[in-house]
Structures are given as C-alpha cells and as structure tokens.
Design a protein around this ligand. Structure first.
Ligand code: ATP
Ligand code: MG
Length: 380
C-alpha cells in the first residue's frame, strides 16, 4: 500500500527526510497524516517518527539549512520548519512509566515499540518518505473498515492516560463507521474508568472537546458518553438530546463547535473547557439570544454572520421547530445592516439617560421591524 499527496512530495519535506536518512537513520510519517491520506481526507499537521535521537535530528536538520526548535525535547520532539511547513519529529519511544496523565519515556530504535504506545490501531500507521505504508500492528484493515480499536487492552491503555477516553469518542465520531457503532469492550472500559477524567487538565479536555464537537456528526458519540456516565465528568448538566436534530438541520454547512456546544448546554463552559475570554463572551451572547424571539436578520445584526447562523440553527434544534424560510439570506442581510439612527440625530432634544433610553427604544422598534424601518420612519 502506497500513499501520496502534495504534503508528501513537497520538496522541502523530501529534503528534510533525505537529510535525516543521510545520517543513516530511518524516518517515517506517522499518525494523522498517514491515516487521513489513506482515507482520502485532508492532511493537517505533519508528525514524523525516527530512530535518530533529538539532538541528532537538530544537527542534521540544521546542517541541511532548516530551522530546528526543541519544542518538546523532554519527550523527544523537535519541530523543524522547512519552507514554512512545520514538521514535528519525535524519536521512537517506549513507555517506562505512566500515571494516567504523564508518561516517562525511553528512546527506542524499534518502530514496533513506538507503535505499541500509540492509542488506536488506525493511528499507529507509518509511511516512509516514498509513501510506502508500514503497519507494525496490523492497523490497516481496521482503518479501511473504519473500525476504531485501542492498541492493546482498552482498560490498561486508558489507565495510562485518561485523555484516551475522550480521544476514543472523538476518533469514532470523526473516522468511525456509524453503522459499526463503538466496540462494546472499549465502551465498557471507558465507562468504568470515567472518574479518571477528573484528574486531567481542563486545557487537554477542552482541546479534545472542540475537536469532538467539530466532527461531522458528534451526536451518537455524545449520546453514548452521556449514557455511559462520562459526559458529566466533562460538562456538568450537558444534555445531548437535541444534537441529532441540530446536525440534521445543519445539512452540509461547515460544522462549528460553538453551535454544537450551545445546544449541548451545561454549566461553566469557560472553566470546564478553558475557553478564552472572547470565546466565553460569544457563547454567553449566543445562549442569551437563542432565548429571544429575534428574527434571523436581527440575530445576524446582533451576533454577526457566523454566530447569527448558529443562533438560528440552535434555536430550531432546541425548540424542535423548522428553520425559517430564507433564514441564511436574512442572517447575511442583518450582518451587513447598520442601525440607521445615531445619538446625534436625537440631540439636543434628548440627552443624558433619556437619550440612551430613546436609542434603545428605537433599536427595539427597528429589530421588531426585521430591520426594515428607515432612519426617517424611526425618527418620525
Ligand atoms: P489530528 O492531528 O487530526 O487531530 P492525529 O492522529 O495526528 O489527529 P495528534 O493528537 O496530532 O492526532 O497525535 C499524533 C499521533 O500521536 C496520534 O495519531 C497517535 O499515534 C499519537 N497520540 C497522540 N495522543 C496520544 C495519546 N494520548 N495516547 C497515545 N497516543 C497518542
Ligand atoms: Mg496530528
């Protein structure tokens, strides 16, 4: 089996691999790039694995004229920038000790040992610089069947790193065959060990949840997580009941985690998922506007085109109501509109607190008119 792609044949990437090989080392692409290339999906970041030690990688890359940064040197990772493309190169490793969050690792020269510490068989696939797939654990048939399987015993692997519970649901939502469902043993292990999630940092949980919520259809995964008692460790009060309706209403629209999260609900998103201040503020405004009766155009004006569309879709999903006719056009019209009255129009007749109240009153009128009243009509 052979893969190809512009990311693989890219001259700078090939030159970097050649530089490592010239030092008599082996280097392979691994993880997401190989998996996605095999599935015919877009390739994001480039992860590579090698038997060269991190300082050897640094030396060889720099001698070939590339910028090498020891980004994760204590776990063996060097980031090499080659013609603007970032390559994360990690020395083959084996775990010597794990505590559920961190692993003490030792370097290895054995690709099979490196594969054995990866999470899922579909993530333990490698490709050499020519694109020949190397499959130390027999993960290729799993990938082609879109079957998500832990490498080794699920319970053992989860005890090593509880984030794998979340990754299990994320990867099954993104790459699993929905008709296959999730594997019963793995699901049981995730449910049994769910308490371990409480030991993880909220940053790691938040990063995984964004990716899960961005999957094409995260509804079945989140429903299983709720049923298995896992979701409550992630987000208190979350209820995935309306998510399937949301995904249905979205049709082919690009997925947005914010929209899925507002429908999932729950308390303290900011803390639970470590949202940035700006993200948290937008989520609150989104949630508040869903509860109003504002028209799609008014939502577009209040929230902008993306969050305005989120509000229309989320409201329809939560209320189990159909989408308003031509709602996308209306949200876009609202996002481009400007409230036609300014304070200067009302002064000096109105001033002080009364001016603010008058402006607010006119704004409500304008919103209620679906943004159709003109400046002239509003001032009349
Ligand atoms: P994507 O980047 O599209 O989210 P990915 O598979 O590249 O998917 P990363 O999080 O970038 O995922 O990790 C790269 C690889 O490192 C994975 O494919 C997997 O082999 C391994 N890996 C990452 N996190 C873990 C983990 N918690 N436990 C075991 N292996 C992991
Ligand atoms: Mg990756």
């Amino acid at each position: 089996m052979k893969i190809t792609g512009a990311w693989l044949t890219n001259a700078a990437t090939q030159a970097l691999c050649a530089a490592v090989q010239a030092g008599r080392f082996r280097i392979f692409f691994v993880g997401g790039c190989v998996r996605n290339a095999l599935l015919g999906e877009a390739v994001g970041d480039l992860d590579l694995a090698t038997d060269a030690l991190p300082d050897q990688v640094m030396q060889l890359a720099e001698a070939a004229g590339f910028k090498a940064i020891p980004t994760g040197i204590d776990h063996g990772t060097v980031t090499v920038l080659a013609k603007g493309v970032s390559h994360e190169i990690t020395t083959f490793r084996r775990d010597v000790q794990t505590d559920g969050r961190h692993a003490a690792v030792a370097y290895s020269t054995d690709i099979a040992q490196d594969a054995a510490r990866r999470d899922f068989t579909m993530n333990a696939l490698y490709a050499d610089p020519s694109g020949n797939v190397v499959d130390p654990l027999g993960g290729l048939p799993d990938l082609l069947a879109r079957r998500l399987r832990f490498v080794g015993d699920p319970a053992l692997r989860i005890r090593e790193d509880y984030l794998r519970i979340l990754r299990f649901f994320r990867f099954s939502a993104t790459y699993g065959d929905p008709a296959l469902g999730v594997e019963a043993d793995a699901l049981a292990a995730c449910a049994q060990l769910a308490d371990g999630i409480d030991t993880l940092s909220r940053e790691r949980i938040g990063a995984e949840m964004r990716k899960l919520l961005s999957a094409r259809d995260p509804a079945p995964a989140l429903a299983s997580m709720a049923a298995a008692g896992i979701l409550r460790h992630i987000l208190t009060g979350a209820d995935p009941r309306c998510l399937a309706a949301l995904v249905h209403l979205e049709g082919d629209l690009p997925s947005r985690w914010q929209r899925r999260l507002v429908v999932l609900g729950g308390q303290d998103w900011g803390d639970a998922l470590r949202l940035s201040r700006a993200e948290q503020a937008l989520m609150m405004r989104l949630r508040d506007q869903i509860g109003t009766s504002l028209s799609p155009a008014a939502l577009g004006w209040k929230l902008g085109i993306d969050a305005g569309a989120d509000a229309v879709l989320a409201r329809a999903a939560l209320l189990e109501s159909p989408l308003p006719r031509l709602w996308q056009k209306d949200v876009a019209r609202g996002a481009e509109s400007r409230f036609p009255v300014t304070a200067a129009d009302l002064m000096p007749l109105w001033n002080g607190p009364a001016l603010g109240a008058k402006l607010a009153q006119l704004e409500s009128l304008w919103l209620a008119s679906d943004l159709r009243l003109s400046r002239h009509e509003l001032l009349a």
